[in-house]
Design a protein around this ligand. Structure first.
Ligand code: SF4
Length: 490
């Protein structure tokens, strides 16, 4: 259980409106409030975030190499903010040197920006940012951050930039339009209003938004303690006001709700499921909707490890994991790990195709059991990109069997999420490495790719393979649980 939030008059850190605050207020007001007003423990940064930050810093350093006679970088530890802001102003007014991560501080000291690079083309001031995103021009949060820089440049130095550039993750320079003055002003007001709230906002974002947030434990443990309806995947955040309007805030309220009181349509349909799930939560049990459909015959436990950069990655799928289980025999896991680079990607795909074809030739009724839509989707993408034997995709698509879909249709569980990482542990399964997860796996792969030490690489790849094996056994555990616990007569 996380530490409780101190009362409003407890020690507070000084609050400033930063580029980050502008983005946070649109994302989650509660997160902004927590970051500024409490000492609520934050979860350590997940490994993939650390890797992403390293990549972002590396990208920024590469962009810095484009400038000559660069002043900076100025960071927080280079002295008090007011001194860095004064130095930035001096460089802007008295020189034409490009500035790396200077500080722009408003006269009242409340707003601060650290623009990536400020440089000159003749008498024209150019603002340049380095971002890993491939389409930064489509990002409203970047446009807002640029408007913040524009506003502070004008207030502090009376300068209006001629252009705003963003160098994307592929090194292309894109001209980006900042948000309008009106939009910027309204977001600044929203930040001010949130920071002025005496109590922690109670809103809870959807699980998919929260699970990467450093305040996840704080908010979700609190929601679980209070038995809030937002815990249930069946209660969409957009529908919460409809429930609240009927006085339904907790799971106990929900089980007594007559769904006919909700507006007809998706809200009412979802509420019928949510009521079943609420009772499962209250009693910490499974609530069956119907018996599961579990085909007999040879099974292939099937799980892919993919890069979060998707098709932009050199190895979008870096590990093809499978384990053939014949009736009455123990399954054996096999992992096809891609070597780095395009050749490695193709070679791993071809090995996977050959193995899958061999299994299907020998066991035409084999089912490739996977979790959710990821595996069939990537088979299709790879076949399009690198080719496959005639009929392979069709054959695989009919062999694929989505276990999550089976679970969704037949049973409700007292869980925040129906990710395999929640479902399998509830049924008693444990991963050998409790720190592992899909993002951990991506980070391991990137570390393996970056290290020059073959022993270290081997160690990282072995850990990856073990993790993938456990993913396969987790699905097997869910399958067996469904088979054993299905209602009698199934
Ligand atoms: S866990 Fe969710 S609700 Fe809590 S601060 Fe983070 S995003 Fe907001």
């Amino acid at each position: 259980m996380s530490e409780t939030v101190p009362p409003p008059n407890a020690e507070r850190r000084p609050t400033r409106i930063t580029s980050q605050a502008l983005v946070q207020v649109a994302d989650c007001r509660r997160r902004l409030w927590l970051a500024n007003h409490t000492r609520t423990p934050m979860a350590p940064l997940p490994e993939h975030v650390v890797v992403l930050r390293e990549r972002a810093r590396e990208h920024e350093r590469a962009v810095a190499d484009r400038f000559t006679d660069l002043a900076g970088p100025f960071w927080k530890h280079d002295g008090p903010l007011s001194e860095v802001a004064a130095e930035t102003l001096h460089l802007l007014r008295e020189t034409r040197r490009p500035i790396w991560r200077g500080a722009l501080l408003s006269a009242d000291g409340r707003r601060v920006a650290h623009p990536g690079f400020l440089s000159w083309e003749g008498d024209s001031l150019i603002v340049t940012e380095a971002r890993l995103a491939l389409r930064p021009d489509a990002r409203a949060d970047f446009a807002l951050q640029l408007a913040h820089v524009r506003d502070l440049l004008f207030e502090t130095a009376g300068l209006v930039p001629a252009r705003f550039d963003i160098v994307n993750g592929e090194g292309e320079t894109l001209v980006v339009e900042p948000a309008t003055d009106a939009r910027y002003a309204s977001v600044v007001r929203a930040v001010d209003a949130t920071l002025a709230e005496p109590e922690e906002p109670t809103e809870l974002r959807a699980y998919s938004n929260c699970r990467r947030c450093p305040y996840y434990d704080h908010c979700w443990d609190m929601a679980e303690r209070d038995r809030r309806i937002e815990l249930l995947p069946e209660v969409q955040i957009a529908h919460v006001p409809e429930y609240h309007a009927l006085g339904v805030h907790t799971l106990a309220d929900l089980v007594t709700l007559d769904p006919e009181r909700l507006p007809a349509g998706p809200v009412r349909g979802a509420a019928k499921h949510a009521i079943v799930v609420a009772s499962a939560w209250i009693e910490n049990r499974a609530a069956w909707l119907q018996p599961p459909l579990l085909p007999k015959g040879p099974l292939v436990w099937f799980d892919l490890e993919g890069d979060s950069l998707g098709e932009k990655a050199e190895n979008p799928i870096y590990l093809w994991g499978l384990a053939l289980e014949l009736p009455g025999e123990a399954p054996v896991a096999e992992a096809i790990v891609a070597e780095m680079g395009a050749d490695g990607d193709r070679e791993a795909w071809e090995r996977f195709v050959a193995r899958a074809v061999a299994i299907l030739d020998q066991h035409p009724d084999a089912r490739f059991v996977h979790w959710d839509a990821f595996e069939p989707l990537w088979i299709e993408r790879y076949a399009l990109k690198l080719g496959a034997p005639d009929g392979f995709v069709k054959r695989m698509k009919s062999a694929c069997h989505d276990l999550k879909r089976v679970l969704d249709r037949c049973v409700r569980l007292p869980l925040r999420s129906y990710s395999i990482k929640h479902v399998a542990p509830w049924m008693g399964f444990e991963w050998r490495n409790p720190e592992s997860g899909s993002e951990w796996s991506v980070a391991q792969f990137h570390r393996a790719r970056e290290t020059d030490d073959p022993v270290e690489r081997e160690r990282l790849v072995t850990a990856l393979v073990e993790y993938n094996e456990d993913d396969l056994w987790a699905m097997r555990a869910v399958w067996r649980w469904l088979a054993e616990h299905a209602p009698r007569g199934a």
